[in-house]
Design a protein around this ligand. Structure first.
Ligand code: BDR
Ligand code: CA
Length: 317
């Protein structure tokens, strides 16, 4: 059985990614590293602890990662993130506080140790900024070759982005570290915004969660409906809200959900450049063998249907 580590800025769709990973019998979720983005890192960590408690998964340890990018000295949550995810990151839904705390080992050290221990059997899923991954590689360059499969949600091969016309939110938080990771990490798959925006969940699916009548199902339906309403109110999509982060988990387990192109990627981080934070397929390296795959298409119907089946199972206890 493969081991999985999630790196989450928890976040509503991060919460869905967490539930999907908890529910999938094909993987052993060995830990969650907290990141910043949708919320401050402390909030993200507490949300992960409380969500695991809600799902009866108090055996999964939660670690604290880097609290801001290495090129800044602090991080402020973007106003748009608060509109999409709520001020507490989970749509203002109040969860019972978990009966435990975060681990004392740092998230970066946990990732380094797991890379050495599990190597090819490790699936690493970052669904926030790439600061923790870049920091781990800087501390121990072997991480870049050891981790068997890194599948991230972030970037966009085709524009527009969701923060600037060129930049997706996770990459926008720390383009320099994103570039560092993209240009070093082997066996990397990018699941970008232009693909995840094709996977929408609607209130029809959350109504089916509610009908399960469990505490977990009710809480997840509440936070998901907040996210669906935010997508409609902000004019992002009237039909439903995107399953960005759970798609990365699904692809990490079963790559056949997407069609990919092998492309060496880099990220622009020159502040003065008009496309700051853009993920770019390097045309000068088109014919150079690369282990980076970039998703370009997704089997929407199969993924959304499998996601719903997984949620109905994980929320039904
Ligand atoms: C990504 O940014 C965050 O808001 C979401 O959780 C997702 O990881 C989408 O751009
Ligand atoms: Ca996220």
């Amino acid at each position: 059985q493969k081991k999985m580590i999630l790196d989450l800025d928890t976040g509503i769709d991060d919460a869905l990614a967490l539930a999907y990973a908890v529910g999938d019998p094909n993987v052993d979720l060995i830990g969650i590293i907290s990141s910043y983005g949708n919320t401050l890192i402390e909030t993200a960590a507490q949300n992960s602890l409380n969500l695991l408690h809600l799902l009866g998964a108090n055996n999964v340890p939660v670690f604290i990662g880097e609290s801001h990018s290495s090129t800044t000295d602090h991080f402020d949550v973007m106003p748009i993130s608060q509109l999409i995810h709520g001020k507490n990151g989970i749509g203002e839904v109040v969860l019972e506080t978990a009966p435990r705390h975060v681990e004392t080992q740092s998230g970066v050290d946990f990732l380094i140790a797991a890379a050495h221990q599990y190597a090819d059997d490790l699936i690493f899923i970052p669904t926030g900024p790439l600061t923790n991954l870049a920091t781990a590689i800087k501390k121990d360059p072997a991480v870049a070759t050891l981790i068997g499969n890194t599948t991230l949600m972030g970037g966009a091969l085709t524009v527009p982005g969701n923060v600037t016309p060129f930049t997706e939110a996770n990459i926008h938080q720390d383009p320099e570290d994103a570039d560092y990771a993209f240009t070093r990490q082997k066996n990397l798959t990018m699941v970008g915004l232009d693909v995840t925006l094709r996977t929408l969940l609607t209130k029809k699916e959350t109504a089916a969660w509610r009908a399960l009548n469990t505490t977990a199902a009710t809480k997840f339906a509440e936070l998901m409906d907040f996210y669906i309403d935010a997508y409609a109110n902000l004019g992002i999509d009237k039909k439903g809200a995107a399953l960005h982060d759970p798609l990365a988990v699904a692809v990490g387990i079963d790559a056949s959900y997407v069609t990919t192109l092998p492309l060496a990627m880099h990220v622009t981080y020159d502040q003065k450049s008009g496309d700051y934070g853009r993920t770019i397929g390097d045309k000068d390296k088109l014919l150079v063998p690369t282990t980076t795959q970039v998703a370009v298409l997704v089997d929407t119907d199969r993924f959304v249907s499998d996601f719903q089946t997984m949620m109905l199972s994980v929320l039904n206890n």
